[in-house]
Design a protein around this ligand. Structure first.
Ligand SMILES: NC(=O)c1ccc[n+]([C@@H]2O[C@H](COP(=O)([O-])OP(=O)(O)OC[C@H]3O[C@@H](n4cnc5c(N)ncnc54)[C@H](OP(=O)(O)O)[C@@H]3O)[C@@H](O)[C@H]2O)c1
Length: 268
């Protein structure tokens, strides 16, 4: 569990936009100091200056590309070198892709697996060890409602999030009596840059969504309460139950309706 927020350090990956930036703002408001990491330095500097002005937050910025297999260890070593003990790790950096098989670049899918799975796993193990030694700390890993089922036209993305969900829940069980809570955050559609990057601009306009701030707030509360996963929004929660009860064939065929490319989509 988090022993105290004020004057403790939180590390947020993918802090330059969306849910990561929302975490940074909420944690700074609780008095935490922040280590912000992502690739876009200008965005991180702008956020750091906002948080410092508003809350007096100390912000350390570490620029890095978590698709690079050497980056998690480099990040861990850099945090150690700067003398900061991480009380809360938010493994948030990630991306998705929506498209048909012929639209899919296998190299990009490999990068997605590296970022969404391999880097997240390595960072979790690197940072959980000192937390367990101290007997307190928290980790929030970004899964997704898509992690509860296979999703056609985003098979790699939904599989990476199923990994994050299972991995985090299993580690939660190992850590729960040792003072450390690991929580898988499983949002549904959230208002961020995610869908533009995934290749479906305009998706948000057509669907109900939550704000990044709402999603991050739910995750912090769930981690505080020692929960192994959280699904923000009751409709998303119901969906996660439905897919457990329905036939697997029905579930995956249903998913095609949501992301099937349509002739009126701009890229077609
Ligand atoms: N939005 C949704 O509907 C939704 C739903 C469920 C789960 N999620 C998950 O929520 C997490 C955050 O996504 P978001 O919705 O906030 O999208 P976003 O606005 O696109 O933010 C993604 C963040 O990840 C960082 N990132 C991407 N590639 C990176 C790389 N190679 N190395 C380091 N950082 C990288 C980006 O920073 P730079 O580009 O500056 O590196 C950015 O800060 C993701 O794991 C996503 O899968 C989102």
């Amino acid at each position: 569990m988090i022993e105290a927020y004020a004057d403790r350090w939180a590390l947020v990956t993918g802090a330059s936009s969306g849910i990561g930036a929302a975490f940074a703002r909420l944690l700074a408001a609780r008095g935490m100091h922040l280590i912000l990491t992502a690739r876009r330095e200008d965005r991180l500097r702008e956020l750091a200056s906002e948080l410092h002005t508003r809350h007096g937050t100390r912000c350390e910025i570490i620029i890095g590309d978590l698709v690079d297999p050497g980056e998690p260890k480099r990040l861990f070593d850099e945090v150690k070198r700067r003398g900061m003990a991480v009380e809360l790790l938010v493994n948030n950096a990630g991306f998705g892709f929506v498209g048909t098989i012929s639209d899919t670049d296998p190299a990009r899918m490999k990068q997605m697996v590296q970022l969404n799975i391999a880097s997240l796993t390595e960072l979790t193990y690197l940072f959980v060890a000192p937390m367990l030694e101290r007997g307190h700390g928290g980790i929030i890993n970004l899964a997704s409602i898509a992690g509860f089922q296979p999703v056609a036209y985003m098979p790699v993305y939904s599989a990476t999030k199923a990994f994050v969900l299972h991995f985090s829940e299993a580690l939660w069980a190992e850590c729960r009596n040792r003072g450390v809570t690991i929580t898988a955050l499983c949002p549904g559609t959230t208002e961020t840059e995610f869908f533009d990057i995934a290749g479906v601009s305009g998706w948000l306009a057509k669907h109900r969504f939550h704000t990044a701030e709402y999603v991050a707030r739910k995750a912090i509360r769930a981690n505080e309460r020692g929960r192994q996963y959280v699904i923000p929004g009751w409709q998303n929660y119901l969906l996660s139950l439905t897919v457990r009860l329905a036939r697997r064939k029905m579930v995956v065929l249903q998913s095609m309706r949501f992301f099937r490319p349509r002739p009126q989509d701009p890229k077609n």
